[in-house]
Design a protein around this ligand. Structure first.
Ligand SMILES: Cc1cc2nc3c(=O)[nH]c(=O)nc-3n(C[C@H](O)[C@H](O)[C@H](O)COP(=O)(O)O)c2cc1C
Length: 275
């Protein structure tokens, strides 16, 4: 089983230590092949907000080569671990920059066959803020969630008792990870995930000339066919489907009211409204 860990902090930090311990425990449990990828080695420039990835295609991103190098590694792995310390009650800047560059996957998800796990070196007060950006991306990009672990690591020396407590928690998480890694999971999107599908298919139908890449994707997966419920075959209850369809109609109406139909055909890429 190939496990790729994408790390948003320095190589000698607490996050790296947690990952080292976690991998040590996993090696005792099963056959794992690990690769660690430090985002700092890629030095990806900040996202410029051009929207090329969403509108035209990810290959039109000015930083495409760096992003592709990372995504190619995700594509050949079975499980992705996103790991970051908590900085200012969120992910680190370098992790956020990475998530911005791969955000287009939330419009055109492609990671349905892969599982995802999240690790953070953070306090329990930060946990929510740290996991939200990563988990939002992971679920919208198509991954199956198999768990998360945060370990509170102060940048101060711990007693042996405190270290032992954390080793125990890491061991417990590794056992749970190993179980989920071996299990075949059904694709079962939550309601938010179903609504995202309905929202994006409608938005790009309203503006197909602008959202070219998204529109092509939705046509390719037959998203506008009557029987299509989601990006791929998935377990979606009739009530979720019905409600998401209802919300889609409301969104369609609201967006049609919001946008200038005369302007839309002249629009080339990201549009800046003058107020
Ligand atoms: C710039 C910066 C911001 C941080 N922000 C917070 C914070 O908001 N709350 C908190 O509890 N810890 C905060 N921390 C502490 C780190 O989350 C903690 O030391 C973590 O273990 C560092 O992991 P690392 O060594 O892998 O970078 C911050 C640390 C840094 C360097």
């Amino acid at each position: 089983m190939k496990v790729l860990t994408i790390i948003g902090s320095a190589k000698n930090g607490n996050t790296s230590e947690i990952i080292r311990c976690f991998k040590e425990e996993l090696k005792k449990l099963g056959e794992y092949e690990f690769e660690d990828l430090y985002l700092e080695d890629f030095k990806i420039d900040f996202c410029t907000g051009c929207h090329n990835c969403i509108f035209i295609g990810e290959d039109k991103c000015p930083h495409y080569n760096d992003v592709k190098a990372i995504e190619d590694k995700i594509l050949v792995s079975d499980i992705l671990i996103l790991a970051t310390p908590g900085y200012m009650f969120s992910v680190t800047g370098i992790m956020k920059n990475f998530l911005d560059h791969v955000a287009y996957n939330c419009h055109r998800p492609k990671y349905f066959s892969k599982k995802i796990f999240y690790i953070s070196s953070c306090t329990k007060w930060q946990e929510k803020g740290v996991f939200i950006p990563m988990q939002t991306w992971g679920s919208a990009a198509g991954f199956s969630f198999i768990g998360k672990m945060y370990i509170d690591m102060l940048p101060l020396p711990f007693t042996e008792k405190e270290k032992m407590k954390r080793r125990k928690r890491i061991k417990k998480s590794a056992v749970s990870f190993d179980k989920s890694a071996m299990t075949i999971v059904d694709i079962k999107p939550d309601f938010g995930g179903v609504v995202i599908f309905h929202s994006f298919r409608t938005i790009c139908k309203i503006a197909p000339k602008i959202m070219k890449a998204d529109y092509e994707y939705f046509k390719k997966i037959k998203a506008y066919d009557k029987d299509t419920k989601w990006y791929v075959n998935a377990k979606i209850s009739p009530i979720k489907h019905y409600l998401a369809n209802f919300i889609e109609k409301r969104i369609e109406k609201a967006i049609n009211k919001m946008i200038d139909k005369n302007e839309i055909d002249n629009c080339k890429g990201s549009f800046k409204n003058k107020l």
